[in-house]
Write a protein that binds this ligand. Structure first.
Ligand SMILES: Nc1ncnc2c1ncn2[C@@H]1O[C@H](COP(=O)(O)OP(=O)(O)OP(=O)(O)O)[C@@H](O)[C@H]1O
Ligand SMILES: [Mg+2]
Length: 234
């Protein structure tokens, strides 16, 4: 469904991602692991079109989307849940969700999708008119995922959904991720949390200083001694 070929992305002409290639099949949960600064967010932002790559290609269902704007990619269903949630704090939960579904493809189905999101997150239903900025961190994560679903995501890219959440909330959010996977959604799960990701993803890539250091099925990654070194620099 998604193919990244030899992607190089950087800032001010200095590459951060170096020759990254990665694939995502329809219906898969793929984990993207890596320590701080490995380039995980840079990769997600390259996929969503926030940063133009210096070289390399991104293919979505066989079509080259490398030159598309972020908005055009959302129209295709390439949607991210950004690091730190980035909900619109002064808007209500309802307004945040409706904005998520504003693209041309999603707009006609917004009412149905809203129902789906509120079923998934009953807590959002109780807080529809509350300002998003007054939600707890865990609730904001729910809202950020809900907002991405409202866009009729076909590939959902989650950037460190566990960040700053209590263990209970982390468990809950990963339960939701499993549920979305069971519904057939294709998911790119970016995480620092190694064990958690290995439990939920089918395949993983480990980024180390902007390069793919290891890739393979979750079990193989778990037992690969290089995984430890990618994290601890040992
Ligand atoms: N907008 C930017 N301008 C310049 N450099 C940047 C920018 N964004 C990221 N970088 C640099 O790119 C490198 C990779 O950052 P990135 O945010 O992609 O890492 P990450 O793997 O997501 O880390 P974390 O786990 O801390 O979120 C870092 O050295 C960072 O300083
Ligand atoms: Mg990041």
């Amino acid at each position: 469904m998604l193919e990244i070929e030899h992607l190089v992305t950087g800032y001010g002409g200095v590459p951060v991602l170096q020759d990254v290639s990665l694939t995502l099949a329809a219906g898969e949960i793929v984990g993207l692991l890596g320590a701080n600064n490995a380039g995980k967010t840079t990769l997600i932002n390259s996929l969503s079109g926030v940063y133009a790559p210096m070289s390399g290609r991104i293919l979505f269902e066989g079509a080259d989307v490398t030159a598309l704007t972020p908005r055009e990619r959302v129209e295709l269903g390439i949607v991210q849940v950004p690091e730190g949630r980035l909900v619109f704090p002064d808007m209500s939960v309802r307004e945040n969700l409706l904005l998520g579904g504003i693209n041309r493809r999603a707009r006609p189905g917004r009412a149905r999708q809203m129902e789906h999101v509120l079923e998934l997150f009953p807590r959002m239903k109780e807080r529809l008119s509350q300002d998003a900025g007054t939600l707890s961190g865990g609730e904001q994560q729910m809202l950020a995922i809900g907002r991405a679903l409202m866009a009729e995501a076909r590939i959902l890219m989650l950037d460190e959904p566990s960040l700053g959440l209590s263990p209970l909330f982390v468990q809950y959010i990963f339960g939701i991720i499993d549920k979305l996977h069971a519904e057939g959604l294709t998911i790119l799960l970016v995480e620092q949390n190694l064990n958690l990701t290995l439990r939920h993803a089918q395949r993983c890539y480990v980024l180390e200083r902007g390069r793919v250091a290891i890739e393979g099925p979750a079990d193989a990654i778990k037992n690969d001694p290089r995984t430890r070194s990618a994290y601890l620099g040992l």
